[in-house]
Write a protein of this length. Structure first.
Length: 202
């Protein structure tokens, strides 16, 4: 069994990656989270892009543990807000990881924006770092187009899922089943692009 460090403490992200790996037949990869390894200094997410932040997190994890490391940086880009919250999505309200407050602030900022101008996209950059001296690196990007609803709906997912309605649909991301979300989501698309590199770890 080959161990793969996922540079996250979010169990839902681990579960999502596990489903993608299983669907690709990569059942021999054992996932470990940051909660499963000794603590190490984690650099702040100061990159100007999702790709920069994901790669920095993957490098930190690999350097600290020696394990092949995959890291994701993702967020929501809203057209009416000039692409924001973007890389600030997780701390849009000023506190990191407060999903309810982040979503409430976003909806308040879009209160007067008409339905035909509420376009948005979820973006995910996934980075994989492995090999001697972190010499091998792969970074991929997935996007999921949609629009922002006027109120949260659904109990699934996390983050902005309850207010994100994928293009061509009527249900929010939080109203989709895990399989439906995996098949279409930004992270699912990015992780699928990462599969060829993950196969090389076996």
């Amino acid at each position: 069994m080959t161990a793969l460090l996922v540079a996250s403490r979010n169990p839902k992200k681990l579960a999502e990656l596990r489903r993608v790996l299983d669907d690709a037949g990569l059942t021999a990869l054992t996932l470990r989270s940051l909660a499963d390894v000794p603590p190490f200094p984690e650099a702040p997410e100061t990159g100007a892009s999702f790709e920069q932040n994901a790669l920095a997190k993957a490098r930190d994890g690999f350097t600290a543990t020696g394990l092949a490391t995959v890291a994701d940086d993702s967020g929501l880009a809203v057209a009416a807000l000039g692409g924001m919250p973007g890389v600030l999505s997780a701390r849009w309200c000023g506190r990191h990881g407060d999903d309810a407050a982040n979503t409430a602030l976003l909806l308040a900022q879009l209160h007067d924006v008409p339905d035909d101008r509420r376009d948005a996209a979820f973006v995910s950059a996934c980075a994989l770092v492995w090999g001697p001296a972190a010499a091998q690196q792969t970074v991929v990007r997935g996007e999921w187009a949609g629009r922002i609803a006027r109120a949260p709906r659904g109990d699934g997912g996390f983050g902005y899922d309850p207010v994100f309605v994928p293009a061509g649909g009527t249900r929010t991301a939080a109203e989709l089943t895990p399989a439906q979300k995996d098949a279409a989501s930004h992270r699912g698309r990015a992780l699928a692009l990462l599969v060829p590199a993950l196969r090389a770890l076996r």
